[in-house]
Design a protein around this ligand. Structure first.
Ligand code: RBF
Length: 168
């Protein structure tokens, strides 16, 4: 398989933790919805396929990717939410606007994650064009929504391993 048509969504799924009682928030940006809806479907279905209950997955829409950070904070502030997945698509434009949005969201999500101690997964595509975006949202390069969900599950497993072992 050449790298041009390689499915990039190949990951190890052995040893994933039991997530049947875990609660997830999924944020979906409303810019480029033809892509973000596919990311959502991938993330949602991957959580379900790995044992999450539909009633434990809550969706929230944000106007654009820039708002993912605050939405993530609101989800993370809730005691019942264990992990948050933030999905957006920022297509590179003629201005540098995309850079500002991407950096702000990446930094913001890092901050929320560290402050809350919960996995907040960065599921924001930053492609050059719509074709590249679609390739990564259920196309030839897999679905980054699936990867975001697996990442959330893996981080919950790591939390079980590290954080709950110590005497807090
Ligand atoms: N939001 C996205 O999710 N993806 C984009 O590609 C995107 N491009 C934008 C380009 C410009 C020039 C502006 C002003 C906003 C853009 N946004 C985009 C919206 C942004 O994330 C946010 O919703 C707004 O800036 C309001 O805070």
């Amino acid at each position: 398989m050449s790298s041009a048509d390689k499915n990039l969504s190949v990951f190890k799924t052995e040893g994933l933790p039991d997530i049947s009682s875990k609660k997830f928030g999924i944020l979906v940006a409303e810019w480029n919805t033809e892509v973000t809806e596919k990311l959502f479907e991938g993330a949602y279905q991957t959580l379900i396929n790995n044992g999450a209950s539909p009633e434990n997955i809550e969706r929230g829409n944000v106007p654009g990717s820039f708002e993912l950070t605050l939405g993530a904070q609101w989800f993370a502030e809730r005691r019942d939410i264990d992990a948050v997945i933030a999905l957006g698509v920022v297509i590179q434009g003629e201005t540098k606007h995309n850079d500002y949005i991407n950096h702000a969201v990446a930094q913001g999500i890092t901050n929320v994650s560290l402050k809350s101690g919960k996995p907040i997964i960065f599921g924001v595509l930053t492609p050059n064009n719509m074709e590249q975006a679609l390739d990564r949202a259920g196309g030839v390069h897999g679905n980054k929504g699936d990867e975001a969900a697996i990442t959330a599950i893996k981080m919950l497993g790591l939390y079980n391993q590290i954080a709950t072992a110590g005497a807090y």
